[in-house]
Write a protein that binds this ligand. Structure first.
Ligand SMILES: NC(=O)c1ccc[n+]([C@@H]2O[C@H](COP(=O)([O-])OP(=O)(O)OC[C@H]3O[C@@H](n4cnc5c(N)ncnc54)[C@H](OP(=O)(O)O)[C@@H]3O)[C@@H](O)[C@H]2O)c1
Length: 303
């Protein structure tokens, strides 16, 4: 990893930067000299993070912007405010996520995991593309999960209105969606000759709020035992969970579409490295999902 001033003068945005892996990603980017925009749904927690970044890394111009990924109106307002304020954006880290929550729908009626994890970040990324395109070498880092391998997108019922709901399948599907949309983004960037790179990271298993069931998940007794055992025996720190995102954001050898993750214990722990994807590339499904996401969000390529 390059020196501490590697990102001096760069502006980065991290979604869900108020806790867990997002907070550690923001701290890691600020430690490398970047000015960090903390994009969160809870203004009080966002301000806390900004205060912490300013105290720890006073060289950067750290600030907060409100962003609720489960409401496309909030996503559009966030992007509009940033486009009015910034002359460019160097790194966008699409980190925020909900995990294993009960069945429910976002402001526009999308299933929570699909709506917030996939569609919210899809709309934000496209809305911020004009800012990213102004900074040569800009990157989008999308945080997925090893569970993308279990994803099985049901295009006939992406919002789980017709089939029995499974919170784990919905999460896995959203993380497969994140991966496919990030790959399709790279394909479109290449085709259009836009010098922005789309990369992926996954944290392995990190002991964060999510890993304890998050604020909206209601774990069963069996799940509570499973989570407690997993956290005690397997999980690494949130800072280690952030390391793949930090490497994706800064690795000079990164190539579009690369996935970064922990290098040990089957990708669950350890120092970050470029990781093999465990599924066969599927550009047809990626392109289909992209078009569906455009229709559902009303945000289209080119932004
Ligand atoms: N921890 C792991 O082992 C693990 C494994 C695989 C993948 N991941 C992925 O890593 C990323 C970070 O997760 P984490 O483990 O750090 O979880 P976390 O501690 O629960 O943090 C999640 C962050 O996302 C934010 N968020 C959730 N819904 C949002 C919404 N609708 N709008 C805006 N922000 C929202 C949360 O905000 P609030 O604080 O307001 O709730 C929080 O800042 C997620 O994408 C997750 O899927 C984590």
């Amino acid at each position: 990893m390059a020196g501490q001033a590697q990102l001096a003068g760069r502006t980065v945005l991290v979604t869900g930067a108020n806790r867990g892996i997002g907070l550690e990603t923001a701290r890691g980017l600020a430690a490398r000299g970047a000015s960090v925009i903390v994009a969160c749904r809870d203004p009080g927690r966002a301000d806390e993070t900004v205060r912490r970044l300013r105290a720890e890394h006073p060289a950067g111009q750290h600030r907060a912007v409100p962003l609720a990924l489960d409401d496309l109106g909030s996503v559009a307002a966030c992007a509009q405010a940033l486009r009015a304020e910034l002359d460019g954006l160097d790194i966008l880290v699409c980190n925020a996520g909900v995990f294993g929550i009960d069945h429910g729908h976002t402001a526009q009626g999308f299933e929570w995991h699909f709506g917030a994890n996939c569609l919210g970040h899809f709309a934000l990324t496209l809305d911020l593309l004009p800012l990213l395109a102004r900074r040569p070498g800009a990157r989008v880092v999308t945080v997925t999960s090893a569970m993308y391998r279990r994803g099985k997108l049901d295009f006939a019922d992406l919002d789980w209105r017709r089939r029995p709901y499974s919170k784990w399948q919905a999460y896995a599907d959203s993380k497969l969606g994140n991966l496919l949309l990030a790959e399709e983004l790279q394909r479109r960037l290449d085709e259009a000759g836009i010098a922005v790179t789309s990369l992926l990271s996954h944290p392995g298993y990190a002991a964060t709020n999510s890993a304890w069931g998050g604020r909206s998940m209601k774990p069963t007794l069996a799940e509570t035992v499973m989570l407690a055992l997993g956290n005690a025996l397997m999980a690494q720190s949130p800072a280690m969970g952030a390391a793949p995102s930090l490497l994706a954001a800064t690795d000079p050898m990164a190539r579009g579409g690369d996935l970064y993750g922990p290098s040990r214990l089957g990708g669950m722990r350890g120092p970050p490295a470029r990781a093999d994807k465990k599924i066969t590339p599927d550009p047809v499904t990626a392109s289909r999902l992209w078009l569906v996401a455009e229709d559902l969000t009303g945000v289209r390529w080119p932004a």
